[in-house]
Design a protein around this ligand. Structure first.
Ligand SMILES: *Cc1c(COP(=O)(O)O)cnc(C)c1O
Length: 385
């Protein structure tokens, strides 16, 4: 989708239709039972219950969820989109739809923590063979006839390297293996994984799409080949988004492009300011050419979220903790993509190889950047002890 079309779709898409004199927005569309006047109408709706567009019973969706799904499918160039109750449920339902006992699943070693925990827990107990791979290296050798999918994400959780998605797709699709891509960071504004060849794209809608830290939501957008299998799995698991969350996502999408554009600029500004501090060893941000996969980011993304990490030079742990505690504009919290600024200390196998000092992830919100810089500056005194 071109930039202008994207802006228009976000403003005009998924609005209530109907007769003259209608509200701009959907109401919070609550409901379980849907009634029909004739048995024939009921049977037709039942037949079509897994598809977008025919109300049958609340668990399968209503007019507001169908509209939101159609808009999301349009943004991603997908055959269809399915909403779930959280980003994690979007990922777990997708993997459950694709993996069968005895299958082999390739998972990038920089995935969101809960994605990996689900694979190592429930999928292993279902006798799925989980094999991690380094997303910055070729996966060609690792793909087997029993491989059911490749699960990747960019940039990597906490470490921010950007894999070569088209190359992963090329190697996987060569023998018909689907690629599932978590695009929560880029959002449909900055990256279109399906256009790059991915088969399924998943999002935590709790981050940028809703955008105000007040809702939990997940999205799965897929090509025709995979859409209905995954949608049926979501519905047979009984997962569904709440009505209020759907309302909040529809509202959040109206300003998504503006918010992403601001976060792109603010994140790069803060990251470059931080990278010049004597206490900072390195910044992990895809827009910086020191970031592994920077070239992939330049080719495949048109901007960056306000989420990145820095690695401090080695310092006593107590000083690092005192620094984090001294920040007043940055809350300590998981999640991100809202209006508020956040920090989160993170460590992983991958991050331990990147630097010796502590790693701190930043989410840059909509605060004044000078205020944020002044806050970091005053807290740095605690880092020095
Ligand atoms: C937050 C997050 C998720 C999980 O989403 P929830 O809505 O919190 O369940 C999945 N992937 C990424 C990259 C995330 O940041």
């Amino acid at each position: 989708m071109t930039k202008t079309n994207l802006a228009d779709a976000l403003v005009h898409g998924a609005r209530p239709g109907g007769p003259v004199g209608k509200q701009v927005n959907w109401p919070v569309e609550l409901g379980s039972t849907v009634v029909f006047s004739t048995l024939e109408e009921f049977e037709t709706a039942k037949e079509a219950r897994f598809e977008n567009g025919t109300p049958y019973y609340g668990r399968y969706g209503n007019d507001a969820t169908f509209s939101l799904e159609r808009l999301l499918a349009e943004l991603d160039g997908a055959h269809g989109a399915t909403l779930t109750s959280s980003g994690v449920s979007a990922i777990t339902s997708t993997l459950l739809a694709l993996a069968r006992p005895g299958d082999h699943l390739l998972v990038a070693d920089n995935l969101y923590g809960n994605t990996r925990a689900f694979c190592d827990g429930l999928l292993v107990s279902m006798n799925v063979d989980i094999e991690p791979f380094d997303p910055m290296e070729s996966i060609g050798e690792k793909i087997r006839p029993s491989t059911c999918a490749v699960m990747a994400e960019a940039p990597g959780s906490g470490t921010f390297e950007v894999c070569d998605l088209p190359e992963i797709v090329r190697q996987a699709n060569e023998i018909g293996v689907p690629v599932v891509f978590d695009n929560t960071w880029g959002s449909p504004v900055f990256c279109n994984p399906l256009n790059l060849g991915a088969d399924v794209v998943v999002y935590s809608g709790s981050k940028h799409l809703c955008g105000h830290s007040d809702a939990m939501l997940g999205v799965i957008a897929a090509t025709e080949k995979y859409h209905s299998r995954i949608r049926r799995t979501v519905m047979s698991l009984g997962d569904k988004p709440g009505a209020q969350e759907v309302f909040l996502a529809l509202r959040g999408l109206r300003t998504l492009k503006m918010r992403m554009e601001h976060q792109n600029k603010a994140g790069i500004d803060m990251a470059s300011w931080l990278s010049d501090l004597p206490e900072v060893d390195r910044v992990l941000h895809p827009a910086f050419d020191s970031c592994p996969g920077h070239e992939n980011w330049k080719r495949d993304f048109s901007g960056a979220a306000g989420l990145f990490s820095i690695i401090f030079k080695p310092c006593p742990e107590a000083n690092f903790r005192a620094f984090v505690d001294a920040l007043t504009c940055f809350g300590i919290g998981v999640s991100w993509g809202g209006y508020e600024s956040l920090v989160l200390p993170m460590t992983s196998e991958r991050s331990r190889n990147l630097g010796q000092g502590p790693l701190l992830r930043f989410n840059i919100g909509f605060d004044d950047l000078e205020t944020l810089k002044a806050d970091v500056t005053q807290a740095l005194e605690f880092l020095q002890g």
